[in-house]
Design a protein around this ligand. Structure first.
Ligand code: HEC
Ligand code: HEC
Length: 259
């Protein structure tokens, strides 16, 4: 589905306030500290997020390879109580308060420097996704849903699913689906209100439960390395280049054989 003129204008309407709100934060252009030795607190984080940032279960987020600016913003949001979670809030309290949040910066730098092995996340280990889910998730991510005024996710989360560090937009590629679904539900319910200008709440409220599941399942299996030079310009073009089938960005072996 080519993005028409109306689609493009809708996209700009979503983007402009977000960019303006984000420009006011400290996260633009931040340079992570060099030290990537694990800070002492990592021993605590490891119980759920793994020592090198690959979570121990799909309900916990992988932190490896997440961008520094988003990780830092998020840790600060937990610290100030802007973002709350019954499990995570007590954990941030175990990290001593330090001037200029130096220790949160060290944690963000450490986890962002770890490489996420997307083939080995707990989400991928849980099993393949169906072709229907992969196609529906792909479509929502790259094209949005004009009928429900849902912008494409690619507009902010990038053509390869790696996010946009310059605006603290998180990487979604390779993230566990169970975690992603829970966040979309929280954005929709208003219990997570961390995005500038509430962009994610506005979007999540317009998603159906199956759409949340499908896009999350797609993202869990999405490999930036399979989207060289960015995502496909059209599904038809992808099918032409891949006559054996499949879905852009997903290893064919992870799509369940359909009847
Ligand atoms: C007992 C399990 C547990 C431990 C230990 C733990 N966390 Fe978490 N963490 C969670 C859960 C659960 C969430 C998801 C919270 C939610 O749904 O909002 C989370 C979320 C996060 C996120 C948000 C990720 C994202 O993509 O938005 C970051 C960053 C994070 N934790 C960092 C840490 C750090 C750093 C430590 C160590 C100081 C730590 N966590 C210790 C359970 C844990
Ligand atoms: C206008 C820009 C924009 C668009 C479009 C957008 N997002 Fe986001 N998204 C964000 C920002 C900014 C955040 C970070 C919020 C914060 O600071 O906590 C985010 C966070 C998220 C998170 C939380 C990730 C985590 O690690 O906790 C999920 C899940 C998500 N977006 C999914 C989507 C999906 C699915 C779509 C498409 C249907 C989408 N987003 C479209 C800007 C956008």
């Amino acid at each position: 589905m080519p993005r028409g003129r109306t689609g493009f204008l809708t996209l700009l309407a979503w983007f402009a306030p977000a960019a303006a709100a984000l420009a006011a934060t400290d996260y633009l252009g931040v340079v992570p500290p060099k030290a990537v030795q694990p800070p002492a607190a990592v021993a605590t984080c490891a119980a759920c997020h793994g020592a090198t940032g690959t979570a121990i279960a799909p309900t916990f987020p992988n932190l490896a390879g997440q961008n520094y600016s988003y990780l830092l913003k998020t840790l600060e949001d937990f610290r100030t109580g802007q973002r709350k979670n019954a499990t995570m809030t007590p954990m941030i309290a175990t990290v001593p308060v330090a001037p200029d949040n130096a220790n949160l910066k060290q944690l963000a730098a450490y986890f962002s420097a770890q490489r996420l092995d997307e083939a080995k996340t707990p989400g991928v280990a849980a099993g393949p996704l169906t072709l229907e889910q992969a196609q529906a998730g792909y479509q929502l991510y790259f094209q949005g849903n004009a009928k429900a005024d849902v912008p494409s996710c690619v507009a902010c989360h990038s053509m390869s699913g790696e996010g946009d560090p310059s605006m603290a937009v998180p990487r979604l590629a390779g993230q566990n689906a169970a975690y992603l679904v829970s966040q979309l539900q929280q954005f929709a319910a208003g219990s997570r209100a961390t995005a500038p200008d509430h962009v994610m709440a506005k979007i999540a409220k317009r998603l159906t439960a199956p759409e949340m599941q499908n896009v999350s399942a797609y993202l869990e299996h999405m490999r930036p390395s399979l989207l060289p030079g960015g995502g496909p310009t059209s599904y038809a073009q992808f099918v032409q280049a891949n006559p054996s089938g499949g879905v852009p960005g997903i290893p064919p072996a992870e799509i369940a054989a359909t009847k």
